[in-house]
Design a protein around this ligand. Structure first.
Ligand SMILES: [Zn+2]
Length: 494
C-alpha cells in the first residue's frame, strides 16, 4: 500500500467525523429555525448520539492507528515520505487536534458539558431576575473546571495561553496583550473627538419586507442560493456543513432595517468563507477555518469595510428609497451609520467602542483564571472597567456582567477573537485596497465579484494550511498589528 493511500485513508476517516458533525449542526440549525417546541427532548437524544459517534470517529483507536502511520505523535516528525507540503501541513493539524483532544479525559469532558448545560439555564434565570448572585455559584464552578482544563492541556507561560489556543491556535496571551494595548491607546482619543450621535433613521418595515431586502442584498453581493439559504431565528447566526451547504439566519429587526442589513452582510461574510473552501478537500484541515479570529475577520470585512463604506451605500441606498418611498440623504445616512456612542451592551456598540468591551472581558478572564480576581467581585470589577474605558456608569447586572452567554457556556478564551477579527480584517483590507485601488468605484456600481475573488485567493482556498499569524504575514508581508485598524478608525473619525 502506498503512503499516499494512507493519507487518503486518514482523510476518509476525518471526512466521516466531519459529516457527522455537519449533521449534528444541521439539527441544531433546525432547532433554532423550524423544529416544533415539543421535539426538544428527542432532539437532545439525537444530538447526544451524533456527538458520541463523531467523537469516536476523530479520537477512536481506528483514527489513532491511521494517524500514527503518517506522523510520530510524540516528536511531530512526519513518517510518510511522499507527502506534498500541503499534505504535511494537514497531517500536522490532524496530530495537533488529536493530541489536544486526547489531553482531556472523557470523564472531564462529560462533567464540563453536564455542568455548563445547567449553567446556561442558571445564567438565563439570573439574567431574567437581573441578579448576579444567582449565577455566582455556578460561574465559580465553571472557573474551577476551566482552571483544571488549562492544567490538563498544559501551557508554557500562562494558563490563559491554553484557553486562547482553542479558538486562536498559535497566538499567545503576550501577543494579544501587546495588540490590545495598541488598540486601547488608539481608540480612546477617537471616542473623545467623535461627533455626537445623530437622530435615528427610522424605516418601519415588516419582517417580510426585511427578508425581501436581505435576499436582494445577498443576491447583489453574490451569495449563491443554490448552496445556501437565509431563514429566521431568535439570534442571527451562520453555519456551514459543506461548501455546498451554508445557512444564515436573521431575526426580526422591525426597529432597524440598517442593523438587519449590516448583520446580514456579517453572516454572509462567515458563509462566504466556508463556501470558498476547496470542495475536494472537504473533511480535511485544508477545508476548515483557521481560527475564530480569521472567521470573524471574514464577517467584519463585509460588515464594516464594505457595509459601512460610502461607496456601498451609494449603490444600495437608492434601493431602499425606491422600496420604502422615503427621502434619505446619503450624508445623513452615513453619519448615522458611523456614529460613535458608548453603550453598555457589547452587541449594540459601534466599531470604535466595541474593542473596549472585548478588552475588558479579556482582562477579566485572565484575572479570574489566574485567581487575581475573586468571582464574587466580578460585578464591581466590571463596572469599574466600563467606567474607566467608556466613561459610563453601569447600574444593573443585566447591562453589566450578565449580558453575554459565553461564560455560562464555559467559553473562556473566546472573547479576544472578536476583536482580533477586526484587526485581521483591517490588515487584510489594507492589502486588498493596494491591489484594488479603485474598489470604491466598483462597489458603487454594485460589483462585488472582485472582492470575493481576492478573498478566495488570499484566504478561503488555503483552509487551515496556515495559522492566523502566518496567513496575515503571507497576505500583508507583516506580522499581526493593530496599526491598520487604528489608522482606519483615525481616518474615518478625523
Ligand atoms: Zn461573527
Amino acid at each position: 500500500m502506498s503512503k499516499n493511500t494512507q493519507y487518503d485513508q486518514l482523510n476518509e476517516l476525518s471526512r466521516r467525523a466531519q459529516t457527522l458533525e455537519g449533521i449534528s449542526r444541521l439539527l441544531g440549525w433546525d432547532q433554532e429555525t423550524y423544529m416544533p417546541k415539543d421535539a426538544t427532548p428527542v432532539r437532545a437524544e439525537q444530538l447526544k448520539l451524533l456527538t458520541e459517534l463523531s467523537h469516536e470517529a476523530k479520537t477512536g483507536p481506528v483514527f489513532e492507528a491511521q494517524l500514527k502511520k503518517l506522523i510520530d505523535l510524540k516528536t511531530g516528525k512526519i513518517k510518510a515520505s511522499n507527502l506534498t507540503q500541503e499534505q504535511q501541513a494537514a497531517v500536522r493539524l490532524y496530530a495537533r487536534d488529536f493530541t489536544r483532544e486526547k489531553k482531556l479525559p472523557s470523564q472531564f469532558v462529560q462533567d464540563f458539558v453536564h455542568h455548563t448545560s445547567q449553567a446556561i439555564v442558571t445564567w438565563q434565570k439570573a439574567k431574567a431576575a437581573n441578579k448576579f448572585a444567582m449565577f455566582l455559584p455556578s460561574l465559580k464552578k465553571t472557573i474551577d473546571l476551566t482552571i483544571e482544563k488549562t492544567e490538563l492541556i498544559g501551557y508554557k507561560t500562562t494558563a490563559y495561553d491554553a484557553l486562547i489556543d482553542e479558538y486562536e491556535p498559535g497566538i499567545t496571551t503576550k501577543e494579544v496583550d501587546a495588540i490590545f494595548e495598541e488598540v486601547k491607546a488608539g481608540v480612546k482619543p477617537i471616542i473623545k473627538r467623535a461627533p455626537k450621535p445623530k437622530k435615528e433613521i427610522q424605516i418601519d418595515c415588516t419582517l417580510n419586507e426585511q427578508l425581501e431586502m436581505c435576499h436582494e442584498l445577498l443576491h447583489d453581493i453574490g451569495f449563491d442560493f443554490n448552496r445556501g439559504r437565509l431563514d429566521v431565528s431568535s439570534h442571527p447566526f451562520s453555519q456551514s456543513y459543506h461548501p455546498y451547504d451554508s445557512r444564515i439566519t436573521c431575526r426580526d429587526e422591525s426597529d432597524s432595517l440598517i442593523v438587519q442589513l449590516l448583520t446580514t452582510l456579517h453572516e454572509a461574510g462567515h458563509s462566504f468563507y466556508e463556501m470558498g473552501f476547496p470542495v475536494k478537500a472537504f473533511g480535511t484541515p485544508l477545508a476548515q477555518a483557521v481560527s475564530m479570529g480569521i472567521h470573524e475577520s471574514q464577517s467584519r470585512f463585509w460588515e464594516t469595510r464594505i457595509g459601512r463604506s460610502r461607496a456601498f451605500w451609494k449603490f444600495f441606498l437608492p434601493k431602499l428609497q425606491k422600496r420604502f418611498k422615503k427621502e434619505l440623504k446619503l450624508d445623513d445616512f452615513m453619519s448615522r451609520l458611523n456614529q460613535v456612542q458608548p453603550s453598555f451592551i457589547r452587541t449594540d456598540s459601534d466599531e470604535v467602542t466595541y474593542p473596549l468591551h472585548v478588552i475588558l472581558r479579556y482582562e477579566i478572564e485572565k484575572e479570574l483564571v489566574s485567581g487575581k480576581l475573586a468571582v464574587k467581585d466580578l460585578p464591581k470589577r466590571w463596572n469599574a472597567g466600563i467606567k474607566d474605558l467608556l466613561g459610563i456608569t453601569v447600574k444593573t447586572d443585566v447591562e453589566g456582567c450578565l449580558q453575554d452567554i459565553h461564560w455560562s457556556m464555559g467559553a473562556f478564551g473566546y472573547f479576544p477573537t472578536y476583536s482580533l477579527g477586526n484587526i485581521y480584517a483591517a490588515q487584510m483590507f489594507e492589502a486588498f485596497a493596494k491591489k484594488h485601488p479603485t474598489w470604491e468605484k466598483q462597489v458603487e456600481k454594485g460589483q462585488f465579484g472582485f472582492i470575493q475573488e481576492w478573498l478566495h485567493d488570499n484566504v478561503w482556498q488555503h483552509g487551515r494550511r496556515y495559522d492566523g499569524n502566518d496567513l496575515i504575514r503571507k497576505i500583508s508581508g507583516k506580522a499581526l498589528t493593530a496599526k491598520p485598524f487604528i489608522n482606519y478608525l483615525n481616518e474615518k473619525y478625523s
